[in-house]
Design a protein around this ligand. Sequence first.
Ligand code: SAH
Ligand code: SF4
Length: 375
Amino acid sequence: MDAVETTTPTRKNLIGLSRAALGEEIAALGEKPFRAKQLWHWIYHRGETDFAAMTTLAKSFREKLTEHFVLDRPDVARHQVSEDRTQKWLLRTEGGHLIESVHIPEEDRGALCISSQVGCTLTCTFCHTGTQRLVRNLEPGEIVGQFMLARDALGEWPTPTDGGRMLSNIVMMGMGEPLYNFENVKTALKIVMDEEGIALSRRRITLSTSGVVPMIQRCGDELKVDLAVSLHAVTDEIRNRLVPLNKKHPIEELLAACRAYPGASNARRITFEYVMLKDVNDSDADARALVALLQGIPAKVNLIPFNAWPGAPYECSSNNRIHAFARIVNDGGLSAPVRRPRGRDIFAACGQLKSDTVKKRKSELLKEQAAGAAA
Ligand code: SAH
Ligand code: SF4
């Protein structure tokens, strides 16, 4: 084995270390604290990946950094661009697990949908991620890494100050339940919000939870980001079926936590996500009950057409039904846009963050078997 291969694995990735942790690494190299600040700027404002190019740092310091550290992005197993310019990255994490992030562009901005876990321990019956058995929390570096990779691809380093960025927002709506991996999500989002680096405003970050009630207050106090809640039903009976976590934290308890969410106001409403499932939760009566339930909460509703996956036990409501439902919610005084499906041709939609991967693995397996049989 040559020298490069034996030294590379010992170098630590600095992406995902909090400012304090980065400071400790720099101090351990015998450097002054202000060097950590300069380095932070190179990593998170400039997006530089090569220590040698960090020209404001002394050459000897750059050499030490190169010797000990790397600034690695996650490994891309597959990158796809949809007809509507939605991009999806399938990423291979350490240990070989696959996660995904999706960039959804709008005219003059765009959101990155970020994963917080490999799979999900919760088992919402309409969600494909919930059928994945294997689960592990993503490390802060793997969470920030998704953002950095997308920004590399969009060519938006150094952090633009004029506002016109295509990667302007983050939604924590990919694989996993972010409030079950709160510490790592917090470290990652604090890095993204740090004013001397990426400097994304907390108002441009939305965290979606299926209703981990005991963590909602901390999310508001410590991260102050916008909250989205996967409500999906207006009675405990139906919600227990769709979101089994409801048995532990029923609707009333969940809505009480929303009422108390720090920072929620009419200007910063809580989004209630509602997946439209044919004959399950989509009647006029459900729509009226939803309006009644959300009384007194600074709320908006996001209606999500169900994305069917192979073997899913539900169907999506018809367009007419979705729009009739939306009208009732609107008439009740709540904004209720219907989420537009994006990236359909590359399976980039929520709840499909696994199907394509599984299919591909299967076809690879078949190919391997065929090759084996031929040999
Ligand atoms: N675990 C968190 C965040 C990830 S899921 C949560 O549940 O909120 C992001 C959103 O996609 C949630 O509102 C979830 O209910 C929704 N979703 C999951 N599977 C879906 C599917 N097949 N069709 C439409 N929406 C889905
Ligand atoms: Fe997990 Fe969210 Fe899917 Fe439920 S909807 S299984 S909480 S990722």
